[in-house]
Structure formats: structure tokens, C-alpha cells
Ligand binder design. Structure first.
Ligand code: FE2
Length: 449
């Protein structure tokens, strides 16, 4: 168990600008952290009176009766309970969707250019557009993939997503999440995971920003078992970082925004909900630097299935079948001999939504831009484009290939993706994407084995 402290957030500087951020390491650890000394009760969770006159409140991320190794909950000690706000009223939710399955899905390969940065002021939660998803928030299964493009910090309002856990991947510009459990900041090639229901404000210290959000309606993300790999490798637990407690004691006229069953609701609140002075537990936000991913691959011939690149998984009820596999195609060295080294041509039962944080994805010579996206649904044929195939089928595989400039990722799901109307009618959709395979030559010659 880790005990860490940090300084109190000053009421006059609620943005934490310039404040040093501190983190505790480990995945799903039983953390304990306090921003004032002695704020955590000792020996019990709910004493008759808490230190400093704080209120105790439990935040449960799993059923009370889940097995111990899957059970997630956090005890918070806060200035006011989370129940203190006025009633929510429904407002326009913009281009966000949280239920899928009743739209027509083209079985085509799809790819999009990056979202443009908006010209008008748009904060982080207003900048979302849902691209695709499956399942629903109401069934607590499946996922949604959103893109965001925004240019200013959330001011005077706070957000919580009751529909799912948020996996955030900035592609341009950092995002600083001031959450009720502490502040974490992520830059491009890093990810943040904000648990379902945790309240926060998102700041954009670099201004114009863009990225991806995977919303997980189902079981919480976890790091995978390693099987024959052994006790180390892929995303190592110590590289996950959870912020220490930080709070603001701030009163005023604010908005508490929540997304519940896909709808946006707003309530007036007369104080900051980021008022947790101390907490202990294992249900908390975390961040991870994808550049720390320990890439494992073949050192003889062929390459493993891309499940070898698994960072986080959301397991389904079927053993061995994940509702979500979050995999990363990170910089790596390819040394397999007499092997076509890029991803092969394939058609899968799984469905694949991809994004590119930086550089070039090794299966596509052109057209897949950082900030862009692609969707290959189940059984949709795809793979290297014609130029990549021709080049890579001729390289000297006695020498290694070093892939330095890349960071692509995939949110792979066991259910088909339903692209949204916004995605299908997007100005960024590339109608000519299919042409990247049309130039593949016929090499077949029955007279030459
Ligand atoms: Fe694929």
C-alpha cells in the first residue's frame, strides 16, 4: 500500500496551473492518499465523525460481491457528499451516441481523415463526436468510440460519465484531468482511464487539441494474463500511474454535467465536486505511457496474432473472448526471416477500429493520417495496401526492420461496430479508401512454383 500526500489546492487557483503533479504506481492497487495529514480515518472506513469534519462516501465500481481480485471500490473523504446538487435537467447532447444496433451497417472498409480543430470555442466534452459502437450503456456491455476536437478548458463546469469507463488517447495537445480523486495529465502517446462515475474537469493546456475516446460500457479494463510469456512483459503494472489526492474548496455557481444512458444532463451545484481531501481504494483514474509498452514478437519466422500487442482488455462473459481489446502498434524491431513482416491480409470474426497517434502505420504507405481513423468490421477483408505489399515482399529479411516513427492503436471488439450517422456522413470519410488495394498485381503463374 502506498501513502502519499500532496499540497492543498488553493481556492484561488482551481486549475492547478503550475502545480506539481504526483502519482502512485501500480495497476489496480489498494492505494491510500491524503492531501491533509491525518485526513484518512485509521482502522475503519466510516467513523462516527471523520477527521477535519469530512464526509465519508463510498464509490463502487463493481458489484459488492465480486471476487476479491476483481472487486473495485474507493472510500472518499470529502467536504460535501456527492448528493449535494440541484436536480438534473436534460440538455442537447450534441453528436454523442450510447446505443447501437438499429442502424444499417455497410460492410465496407472505412477510413476517415482527422477531425478539424474547431474555429469557435469548444471545450473537451463539447468536442466529442461518436464514430461507432456496439452494445449499449443501458445493457452495460459493448463500447463506443468517439473522436474529440476542442480548443479550450472546461470552465465553471464538471463532468461525470455514468455510461462507461473512459479510455482517452490524446493525439494533439495534452489533456489535464482534474478529477475528484486527483489530477492526472496525459500527452500524445499516453493514455488516461477515467472510471465510470468519477467527476472531473478537463483542461487543455496546449489549446487546440484532438484525440480519441474509447468508452467501455462493460467490465472494467484490466491488464491481461501473460500465459507462456511469463511474469513480465506487455504493459507492466508498475508503469500505470494513479494521481494522489488533491481537492479544491471552492464555492460559486457551477454546472455538474453527466452523461446518463447516452443523454446529457446538467445540474446546478454551488461548490466544486472535486472536494475529496483523502481517499483509499482501487477504483481510481490512471494513466500509462504507451512508449513503455514492452513489445513482444517473433524472433524466428512469421509474427504472432496482434493479440500479442494487448495493453488492456475488457472481458466478456465468454472465457477467452474480450468485449474490448485495446492493442497498440508501438515502435519495434522486426527480425523475422523469410516472412512478410507487416500485418497480413486478413478477415476476422472480430471488428477493428483503429487510430494513429503519430508517424506511419506499417500496413499503410499513405492515407492513414495521425488523428485519422479506420473501421474494418467483422469479415471485412483488409491488410497492407498495394504499395506496402510490393515493397515489403521484396525486402531483404536477413536484416532487421526498425520501425521508429509510429504509434497506432486498435480498439478491437467481439461484436460488430455500428458506425454512427455522423461517421457515415462525415466530410472526413475517405470514399476512395478501397482503392488502396485495387492496385495489387496478379502475380499468379501456374508454370512457376
Ligand atoms: Fe485488421
Amino acid at each position: 500500500m502506498t501513502l502519499a500526500t500532496t499540497t492543498q489546492v488553493q481556492a484561488t487557483r482551481p486549475t492547478l496551473a503550475g502545480a506539481a503533479l504526483a502519482y502512485m504506481t501500480g495497476f489496480g492497487n489498494e492505494f491510500a492518499t491524503e492531501a491533509l495529514p491525518g485526513a484518512l480515518p485509521v482502522g475503519r472506513n466510516s467513523p462516527q465523525r471523520c477527521p477535519y469534519g469530512l464526509y465519508a462516501e463510498q464509490l463502487s465500481g463493481t458489484a459488492f460481491t465480486m471476487p476479491r481480485w476483481l472487486n473495485r471500490r474507493t472510500w472518499t473523504y470529502r467536504i460535501r457528499p456527492g448528493a449535494m446538487h440541484e436536480p438534473f435537467r436534460r440538455v442537447d447532447g450534441g453528436r454523442v451516441v450510447a446505443a447501437f444496433g438499429d442502424t444499417v451497417v455497410p460492410p465496407n472498409q472505412m477510413r476517415w481523415d482527422p477531425l478539424p480543430i474547431p474555429a469557435e470555442p469548444v471545450d473537451w466534452i463539447d468536442g466529442w463526436v461518436t464514430m461507432a459502437g456496439n452494445g449499449s450503456a443501458a445493457s452495460m456491455s459493448g463500447c463506443a468510440v468517439h473522436l474529440y476536437a476542442a480548443n479550450r478548458s472546461m470552465e465553471g463546469r464538471y463532468f461525470a460519465n455514468a455510461d462507461g469507463e473512459l479510455l482517452v488517447l490524446p493525439q494533439q495537445g495534452r489533456v489535464r484531468f482534474r478529477t475528484e480523486l486527483g489530477t492526472l495529465e496525459v500527452a500524445p502517446t499516453e493514455i488516461a482511464v477515467i472510471p465510470r462515475g468519477v467527476r472531473f474537469a478537463a483542461e487543455l493546456p496546449d489549446g487546440p487539441s484532438r484525440g480519441y475516446v474509447c468508452e467501455n460500457f462493460g467490465s472494467l479494463f484490466r491488464i491481461p494474463d501473460l500465459g507462456a510469456i511469463g511474469s513480465n512483459g506487455l504493459a507492466n503494472p508498475r508503469d500505470f500511474e494513479t494521481p494522489v489526492a488533491a481537492y479544491e474548496d471552492r464555492e460559486g455557481r457551477f454546472e455538474l454535467v453527466t452523461k446518463f444512458m447516452g443523454q446529457r444532463w446538467v445540474a446546478a451545484i454551488d461548490h466544486s465536486p472535486l472536494d475529496v481531501v483523502a481517499w483509499h481504494g482501487n477504483y481510481a483514474p490512471y494513466r500509462y505511457d504507451l512508449k513503455r509498452f514492452n513489445v513482444i514478437g517473433s524472433i524466428s519466422y512469421d509474427h504472432p496474432d496482434p493479440s500479442i500487442f494487448l495493453v488492456l482488455q475488457s472481458q466478456s462473459a465468454v472465457p477467452g473472448v474480450d468485449a474490448i481489446d485495446f492493442v497498440v502498434f508501438a515502435p519495434r524491431i522486426l527480425a523475422m526471416q523469410d516472412t512478410f513482416r507487416p500485418p497480413w491480409f486478413h478477415r476476422n470474426v472480430a471488428s477493428e477500429f483503429m487510430g494513429l497517434i503519430e508517424g506511419v502505420y506499417d500496413a499503410k504507405a499513405e492515407g492513414f493520417q495521425p488523428g485519422g481513423a479506420s473501421l474494418h468490421n467483422s469479415w471485412t477483408g483488409h491488410g497492407p495496401d498495394a504499395r506496402t505489399f510490393e515493397e515489403q515482399s521484396r525486402i531483404d529479411t536477413s536484416k532487421p526492420t526498425v520501425i521508429r516513427d509510429t504509434m497506432a492503436f486498435m480498439v478491437e471488439t467481439c461484436l460488430p461496430y455500428f458506425p454512427t450517422r455522423a461517421a457515415l456522413e462525415s466530410a472526413q470519410l475517405q470514399p476512395e479508401y478501397y482503392r488502396c488495394w485495387q492496385g495489387l498485381a496478379k502475380h499468379f503463374d501456374p508454370s512457376r512454383p
